[in-house]
Design a protein around this ligand. Structure first.
Ligand code: DX5
Ligand code: ZN
Length: 242
């Protein structure tokens, strides 16, 4: 076991969530089939509204199509303003995990309450995402009841950006705060610039769910890339530092 990880975190399953944003949107059925074959644990669906982030991607109709194309869990990362207005649409479309941004609930805790309650009422998982400039504390009011916290390691909006190592302490802070609140087993997801060069440090800090876009879909062999990234996480979990 790696020094520093609590026994609960060191026992959590390691999950790979390929971000289809880096895949071929004209071939999503094949993307899903490839990732299933690769043994990925879920598919990461980046939803951007051109308002919360300066990019526009996809919405519930595409989630619905993916739902009919795969049995894999659909991990929907909502980078949208007013997530409480759209959460039901994503759940109806077949989302298994809905992650919304803490910044969208600033000033109106009702936003978070509505999204969390909507997901729980349907037996679905719910997470809160933190932009790089948002402190860990922003998710603490809801941390005890969350299934996942997403620590962004790039500014949300685009795939293929450089990993921000200065976010690593936030992973450990969330892990410690979750344990204090009786939720030591919360999934901690990292997203942005994750690949073979960065997987070890985020795993050692306590992350157990890894989003990867370019590191998988821009690789020569995306199926093999999933195994390689998983291997990197397993190695980091089981190899003593130094
Ligand atoms: C960025 C998205 C990420 C992104 C990851 O806003 O949330 O999921 O697609 O892509 P890479 O792994 O290439 O940074
Ligand atoms: Zn994402």
């Amino acid at each position: 076991m790696v020094e520093g990880l609590s026994p609960e975190r060191a026992a959590l399953p390691l999950k790979i969530s390929p971000s289809i944003l880096s895949g071929d949107f004209a071939a999503l059925r094949q993307v899903a089939a490839d990732m299933e074959l690769a043994g990925a644990d879920m598919l990461h669906v980046d939803v951007m509204d051109g308002h919360f982030v300066p990019n526009i991607t996809i919405g519930p109709p595409v989630v619905k199509s993916l739902r009919s194309a795969t049995d894999m869990a659909l991990d929907c990362h909502l980078m949208i303003t007013d997530p409480h207005r759209y959460v039901e649409s994503f759940l109806d479309a077949g989302a298994d995990i809905v992650t919304f941004h803490a910044e969208t609930a600033t000033g109106d805790p009702d936003v978070a309450r509505k999204v969390i309650d909507a997901c729980k009422a349907r037996g679905k998982r719910v997470g809160i995402a933190l932009r790089p400039d948002t402190p860990a504390e922003a998710c603490y009011p809801w941390l005890a009841e969350l299934d996942m916290v997403l620590v962004m390691t790039v500014y949300p909006g685009f795939s293929g950006q450089k990993f921000m190592a200065d976010q690593i302490p936030k992973i450990a802070a969330v892990a410690a705060a979750a344990a204090e609140r009786g939720n030591a087993g919360v999934d901690i997801q990292v997203d942005g610039g994750i690949g073979l060069a960065t997987i070890a440090e985020v795993t050692r800090a306590g992350a157990n769910v890894f989003v990867a876009g370019n590191a998988i879909f821009k690789a020569d062999n995306p199926i093999a890339a999933v195994s390689a990234i998983r291997g990197g996480a397993v190695a980091a979990r089981t190899t003593p530092v130094g």
